[in-house]
Structure formats: structure tokens, C-alpha cells
Design a protein around this ligand. Structure first.
Ligand SMILES: Nc1nc2c(ncn2[C@@H]2O[C@H](COP(=O)(O)OP(=O)(O)OP(=O)(O)O)[C@@H](O)[C@H]2O)c(=O)[nH]1
Ligand SMILES: [Mg+2]
Length: 304
């Protein structure tokens, strides 16, 4: 284990890839490995890129990666592939688009499936980021679709979150739900080559002017990711936020530990048990509170 961890810290690609697979498959090796790696984490900058399906997140991530490489940064890309019908087909496209980085030793790319969880980042995304951090990656780009729970999850993971919008996506600004608004540090209006950009910007500014917590000052950057224009500005805006934001590590870890605790409890509880209890509650044989007490007692040794 120590040897494996050492090779990861040395940036050995094969060792990192094996660890990524262990994390994704939640094999028994993953946890002891992460324990060994943890003291060597905390240095990377994690940038979350989120937004509606098809807004151009992958295209922008690819361009940001190129920019960061040009600045000599070691980077990792974690693409969380939603299992939604929107993006099922985009995965192959992403892979092809990012191919140019594949032969580059300074870039590590990993896709993760959400496996049909309700919203939510793929379990293990935090672990994947910790792995990349320990492996000496200086910047970690995480792409996720902003839908459902994701906005909260990405805030728990990322140091800076960029929300990507694009014109002509139907409900435009409405696609950015209130939750996303709150976690956005930078707004990127992509597809600035398409009609409707000025309106989108107007709507966004109007929305931001009503938002609390100084969101009205959140930078808005225009990009045409497919051509690479505006990408440098987007990166500068993101890194500027990173420079200003004082990192509340304990606050972040409180959110993360809460989620990990929930995950662990759910993991330990056999699904059939939950099903049996649910059937009793549904049949009015038992109230939900008594059912919970019983589950807690039986599976977690809870005596309260
Ligand atoms: N016209 C135009 N098209 C773009 C731009 N950026 C990306 N696209 C195209 O928009 C489509 C979707 O881009 P992606 O980068 O796959 O979008 P995404 O947000 O990652 O999509 P999902 O991962 O499926 O949610 C692709 O066909 C891109 O080539 C842009 O600035 N202008
Ligand atoms: Mg994508």
C-alpha cells in the first residue's frame, strides 16, 4: 500500500489509473489507499464547471486544459458523465475531443458514471479529486451537469465553481436554478457566436441584481469555446476568484463528512431491509418513526 501510494505521489500514470479504478469500483483497496494518500492532499485547486446539458462544458474544459498546460500546470480532468439521455451520446464525443491531451503526461483524464443516482455527483468524485491532488496535479477540472442535486455537490467539492450558460437552450436563464446561482463564482456565457447572447446576458444580470450575497458582482465572461475565444479571460476570472477566496477547509470538510456519513449509513443498510420496513409503513402496520428506530437499533447498534 505504501509503495502504491508512493508511486502515485511520484505521478506514475499506471499507479494512478489503477487507483482511479479502485475508487470507481469501490474495491476494498480504495479506502486504505486513500488513508495513505490523505496527508499529501490539500494543495490542488479544484475547479468545478457546471451548467445545462449541451452548453459546451466539455468543450470549455478541453480549452481550459490547453491553457493550463501552456502555463505549465499539471492537471487532471474528471468528467462526471450523467446517465441522462442528453449526454449518453456525448461521452464518445468528449473522449475524441479530449484526445489531444491523452498523449500529454501532464494531463490525467478520467470519466465517471453517475450510474443513475438521483442527481448528485458520482459517489467517489471527492475521492477521485483527492487521488489527483495526492498525485501532484495542481489544477483539477471537474465537469458535471447542473441538474438536481449537483449544484450542492459541486460546491462541496470545488474551490471555485464556474456556471456555464448558452443561448438558444430553451429556457436559458431559467435553466439556472436558484441553487446553482448561489454556488456560482463565475458565470460563463458560452456559444457567444450564436444569436440571443445579448438577451441572455441581460437576463442573467437582471437575475443577479436581485440575488443576495453579493452575487451581483460575480464576473460574467463570454466565450466561444469551440473556437477557443474568451477562454483565457474565463480562466483568469476563475483563478482570480481562487486567489480572493479564503479557503474554509473545515467548513468544506463538515459538508463532506456529513455526506460521507449519510453514504456510509445507506451503504451498510441492506436495501431489502429498507424495503421491508417501507412495506410495513405503507401498509400502516407501523409508523415511520418506529420503523426508523428499529432500523437504527438493528443495523447501527443505536440505543437511544
Ligand atoms: N456554436 C458553438 N457551438 C459550441 C460552442 N461550444 C461548444 N459547442 C458545441 O456544442 C455542442 C455541445 O458541446 P459539449 O462541450 O459537448 O457540451 P456539454 O455541456 O459538455 O454537454 P453535456 O456533457 O452533454 O451536458 C458540441 O457540438 C460543441 O461543438 C460554441 O462556443 N459555439
Ligand atoms: Mg460534456
Amino acid at each position: 500500500m505504501q509503495d502504491w501510494a508512493g508511486r502515485i505521489r511520484g505521478g506514475e500514470r499506471l499507479a494512478i489509473a489503477r487507483a482511479a479504478t479502485a475508487i470507481e469500483n469501490r474495491t476494498p483497496e480504495a479506502e486504505p489507499l486513500l488513508k495513505a494518500l490523505f496527508p499529501h492532499t490539500g494543495r490542488a485547486t479544484v475547479i468545478g464547471i457546471t451548467g445545462p446539458p449541451g452548453a459546451g462544458k466539455s468543450t470549455l474544459v478541453d480549452q481550459l486544459a490547453a491553457q493550463l498546460r501552456a502555463r505549465g500546470k499539471r492537471i487532471a480532468i474528471i468528467a462526471v458523465d450523467p446517465s441522462s439521455p442528453f449526454s449518453g451520446g456525448a461521452l464518445l464525443g468528449d473522449r475524441i475531443r479530449m484526445q489531444r491531451h491523452h498523449s500529454d503526461e501532464g494531463v490525467f483524464i478520467r470519466s465517471m458514471a453517475t450510474r443513475g443516482q438521483m442527481g448528485g455527483l458520482a459517489r467517489g468524485t471527492l475521492e477521485m479529486a483527492l487521488l489527483m491532488d495526492a498525485a501532484g496535479k495542481e489544477v483539477i477540472l471537474v465537469e458535471t451537469v447542473g441538474a438536481g442535486q449537483d449544484e450542492v455537490d459541486i460546491a462541496r467539492l470545488a474551490d471555485v465553481t464556474a456556471v456555464l450558460l448558452a443561448p438558444g437552450m430553451g429556457d436559458d436563464v431559467q435553466a439556472v436554478k436558484a441553487g446553482i446561482m448561489e454556488i456560482a463564482d463565475v458565470f460563463v456565457i458560452n456559444k457567444a457566436d450564436q444569436p440571443g447572447v445579448a438577451r441572455l446576458e441581460q437576463d442573467l444580470r437582471a437575475m443577479l441584481s436581485l440575488a443576495p450575497q453579493g452575487k451581483a458582482e460575480a464576473p460574467i465572461v463570454m466565450t466561444v469555446a469551440s473556437e477557443g475565444s474568451g477562454v483565457e479571460d474565463a480562466l483568469s476570472a476563475i483563478l482570480a476568484v481562487r486567489g480572493r477566496k479564503s479557503r474554509d477547509e473545515a467548513g468544506l470538510w463538515k459538508m463532506r463528512l456529513r455526506q460521507m456519513l449519510l453514504d456510509r449509513l445507506i451503504e451498510r443498510l441492506p436495501d431489502e431491509e429498507l424495503g421491508t420496513a417501507a412495506a410495513r409503513v405503507a401498509g400502516r402496520e407501523q409508523d415511520p418513526y418506529t420503523a426508523l428506530d428499529q432500523l437504527l437499533r438493528r443495523w447501527f447498534g443505536y440505543t437511544g
